[in-house]
Structures are given as structure tokens and as C-alpha cells.
Design a protein around this ligand. Sequence first.
Ligand SMILES: *Cc1c(COP(=O)(O)O)cnc(C)c1O
Length: 435
Amino acid sequence: MADVRRMIPRTDAVLADRRLAEAAHRLGSETVKAAVRQAQEQARAGAIPPEDVTDEAVALLPGTVCRMRPVINATGVVLHTNLGRASLSAAARHAVREASGPTDVELDLHTGTRARRGRTALAALRERVPSAAAVHVVNNGAAALVLPATALAAGREIVISRGEMVEIGDGFRLPELLVSTGARLREVGTTNRTTVADYACAIGPDTAFVLKVHPSNFHITGFTHAADVRELAALGVPVIHDIGSGLLSPHPLLPDEPDAETQLRAGASLVTASGDKLLGGPQCGLLLGKEELVRTVSRHPLARALRVDKLTLAALEATLAGPQTPTAAALSADPAALVHRAQRLASALSAEGIDAQAVDSAATVGGGGAPGVTLPSAALSLPERYAAALRTGPVPVVGRLEAGRCLLDLRAVPPDDDERLATAVRSVTGPAPER
Ligand SMILES: *Cc1c(COP(=O)(O)O)cnc(C)c1O
């Protein structure tokens, strides 16, 4: 045993290996040293021969220094909160890379003087929403709501329907968020019905604005009524509409989702939304509307704490000005094409002895909006045990369980990823044979 220990190569000798020296540039020397120590440990324990330490250290190197893993979203939920919502377009990914060094985010290259931060992204947003006189971008949809609540309503009242007091997820509730700014909520109406008269009765000298919140993650049906922005705008106080999803103009497949342009035309003073839901961009919060209100909120001290970084601005601009987003592509995917893809995958895999079938499926938009809307889809159906194996495999795939089967729904999977999906399925080995 003592002999073996003496034969274990020293750390600096191992680190001199070309592969490890190169890896240190990519991963940092601490990560590489940790792999070397782990390999030496294994040799000491007798698990590998001493001469294998270097090769083992190379094998132990992580692929990247970031432990957050890219995954394939086969859940059938287009905007999956736990998977980071919208997937960026290739154009937006490229923009993020380009912006990761020094950029002119806040400098006018012609005059050499300071310029409005993110002005090109803001211009792209304005171009997409002609009815917005001014726009501002913050860190997320919640921040887009907190900023006007703080800047316009601290110590005053926000009039809001009892049917629109929404919990957005993970225990976070918009009413509590609004109250945390020092604004008071003046609740009107009932859970299922609120009329414009309810708002009118509540408006007084203390009213800062009327807030409309789109119920983006639930659906109530039956004996219901909600006042719309056009009616509310006639009441003489600013109307702020949190539309949630970030649709900038109407979407033919999602007729019940409010969009920024329509709401501003109907008289909203300010529309707030997320950037990483139906807009299909990076996480951010959008504020669009009247010049004076946007100026007031964007000049409030809190705006500095909520400002976005250059990577977000780059991704947002490329999303707004660039090609169709993966989110839009997933929403508009042709169901027949999805069925065809599922059948191709199923026949290739079942020819290899895997219990794979193509099945019809129902996808949803997800946390990003359009509650209750189902999108016809197709899935690859596999034995249940595949679910965990695929999630923890070299290319993690997240599917969903249904009736004792693991379904890989193709609606949110870009067609270019079908081959990676098939490879991931093939890499699952287990209690064979299945048939
Ligand atoms: C999603 C959502 C929010 C919160 O937006 P984030 O970007 O998640 O901070 C607020 N309001 C509504 C109506 C939403 O749908």
C-alpha cells in the first residue's frame, strides 16, 4: 500500500499535462486542481492504478464552470417557470455574446459623451408599440409594478378589483408586493364581479391610480364581470394595466391575452409586462405608456436599483428587432408537423428495441399566460422509468408523467433538437429487454 502511495504522481506533475493546462484556461485552476485531487484520492484508495491519475483527472473535469445545466424542455409547457421561461432566439444569444465585453450601452460614440442607457433597445421597443409615447425597462414584471407603485402611490391609494388580487407563484402575491411599497390598496368589487361603478365609488383625492391585473395564471368562468380599460380610463385617474405576458400586439391563437398596443389605445396610461413570457425575450419588466408617467417612474431613485444589465438589453433588442422567437415558433407549430416528428422518432427508436410510441398530447402556454388554453401537440411516449434517467442524463431532458408513461412533448422542442432528444433516449440503459 505504501508503495502505491509513493507512486501516485505529484499534483504539479499532473497539472503539467497539456489537457489539464488547457482546461485551466477554460475552467480556472481551482476547478482543475480539485479534479486532480479527486483522482489522486481514488488512486490512494486503490480504485485506480497510480499511472491512471492524469487520465482520470481529465475525465473528472466538468464540461463547463457553470453548474446550471442547459436542458431540453419536453414538458409540453412552452413557458416553464422552473426551466427559466422563454428560450432566447439565436439572434438574441448572439447579441448577448457580443455585449459581454465593453459596449456603448451608455456612451454616444459620435460625441464621446454619456448617452441614455440602453437607448437602442428602448427604441426597438417603441417601434413595436406605436401607441407607447415612452418606454422603460426594469428587471422583471414584478419590478415593473413596484416602480410605479412606489413612485406614484406611496402613501396614497391604488384601486384594484378583488378579482385581480393575484398570487404569481412560489408564495409571492401582488397585493403584498404593492403594499410593501407604502401604497394602500383600495379593494373594490368581488372575486367574480367588479363593475366600473365599483371603481368610480372608490376613487377619491387619495387615489394614485387604478390598477388592472391580468389573471394570467388562472381562469374564472360562470357569473363573472370585469371592467375593461376603456371604461376605467374614463374615470379621470391614470389606469395602469399589468398585462403579465408581454404580448405587444394581438396574438391570433390567444384571443384572451391582452396586448400592450390594444390596451394603450383603449386608454391605459401605463402598461406593465414581463419580457420572458409571451414576448419570448430575456427576463425583464417592460413599462410602456404616457411620456410624463414613464419619465416620473424612470427618474425615481428606486429605478436605479431595478435597472437591467447590458446583456438583458442586448437580448431584448435582438428579440424585438430580430427573427421569430422560439416561444412564437412553439406556439404556432403545426400540430401535423409535431405528429410527424413524434412518429419519426418513435419508429427509429422502436426499431432499436426501445418501447417508444408516438401519441397525441396537449401542451399549454404555461406560467407565461393564457391559462386554460391547450395546444394540440404530439409526444414520444416511453416507459415511466425514463423520466428520471432522462432528467439526470448527459443532456438533461425534462418530460412529464401521464398515466404511467414518460411523455416527451415536442411542442416546445425546436425541430433541430430531435436528434439530441433521440440520442438522450438511446443513452438510457436499464432493465432490458423491454419487450
Ligand atoms: C408573471 C406576472 C407578473 C410577474 O412578472 P415577473 O416577470 O415574473 O416578475 C406580474 N403580473 C402578472 C399579471 C404576471 O402574469
